[in-house]
Design a protein around this ligand. Structure first.
Ligand SMILES: C[S@@+](CC[C@H](N)C(=O)[O-])C[C@H]1O[C@@H](n2cnc3c(N)ncnc32)[C@H](O)[C@@H]1O
Length: 290
């Protein structure tokens, strides 16, 4: 197997993909280059988001060479890199990077091709895919650990997972005893992925994924988990206040340690809020609705 990779303007993806497939590519993958999902860039920085990395796989070197010549003649692309991958390794090595991860000793997030450790009491199957949320990012793992440590709060609770991505937090909450979860997610593609994940885990009857919660819904959640960006967290304070029951618990993640003070200031009027934990640069805050 031979790979060809290079950076492109994201808007060129579909045109370049066609050329690669025409040249014999058996797969074409698009990955974000230097963009972190948690970046909150200025307009200048947003320009960087318009680039991505493309990786095409070919059965033969001549197909890869042909694709390289086609692409470099037709498009303005970054440096093209060719590699030879051993047939057995190229798919295996990708999968080998994903292992079961255990949180709070009993909650195991497990790719579908792995066997969870024998002592896993609560297993959630999540395959790495198009939606954010595999458990490997610190902001997700902080939330998963908290969920695993707070079974009594979760027992029979109504939970909202705001910014649900792959559905990992909501599905885990059901596994850990929640009665019902509503996942809220802006990204329609992520909603499709999260619904599939709910079915794979057999919890689809207890979890709903929506783009928005109707404005008339209030005092609905015992627990609201939000692993989203700092700016939406500031803006969503009124919505979180409306959705939570009195004394309901709000878990805020996706916040850099340097941003904690500003979040505390924005929430302290109507919530009792505290910093629970940090992991690297990331902070987890817990707030109780007053
Ligand atoms: C960092 S990911 C977290 C995904 C998953 N909950 C986890 O913990 O791994 C944040 C998700 O929030 C979504 N999001 C951001 N702002 C949002 C908003 N205002 N309403 C709903 N979803 C939002 C993004 O599309 C993204 O999927």
């Amino acid at each position: 197997m031979h790979s060809l990779s290079f950076d492109i303007e994201t808007e060129e993806f579909l045109r370049i993909e066609k050329v690669l497939l025409f040249s014999g590519a058996v797969s074409v993958t698009q990955t974000l280059g230097n963009c972190d999902v948690f970046d909150e860039p200025s307009l200048f920085e947003i320009a960087k988001w318009s680039t991505c990395r493309i990786i095409a796989l070919f059965n033969t070197r001549s197909e890869s060479d042909f694709a390289l010549s086609q692409v470099s003649e037709t498009f303005q692309v970054g440096t093209l890199k060719q590699d030879e991958l051993s047939d057995t390794d190229w798919s295996k090595s990708w999968k080998e990077e994903w292992l079961p991860q255990t949180f709070a000793e009993t909650l195991c997030i497990c790719p579908s091709w792995c066997r969870p450790p024998d002592n896993s009491l609560h297993i959630v199957i999540i395959d790495p895919g198009q939606a954010f949320g595999t458990g490997s990012h610190e902001t997700t793992s902080l939330c998963l650990t908290w969920l695993g440590q707070n079974l009594s709060l979760l027992d029979d609770a109504c939970v909202i997972d705001y910014g649900s991505g792959s559905g990992i937090l909501g599905i885990s909450a059901i596994r850990l005893g929640a009665r019902h979860v509503t996942g809220v997610e802006l990204d329609k593609d992520a909603i499709v992925v999260s619904r599939d994940n709910a079915i794979v885990n057999g919890v689809q009857e207890k979890i709903a994924f929506v783009e928005k919660i109707a404005p008339e819904v209030e005092n609905a959640a015992d627990i609201l988990v939000a692993n989203i960006l700092f700016k939406p967290i500031l803006e969503l304070e009124p919505i979180f206040h409306r959705l939570l029951k009195c004394d309901g618990v709000l878990l805020l993640s996706g916040i850099l340690a340097s941003q904690v003070d500003r979040v505390v200031r924005a929430y302290s009027e109507r919530f009792s809020i505290e910093l629970l934990q940090t992991d690297g640069d990331w902070a987890l805050l817990r707030a109780t609705r007053l």
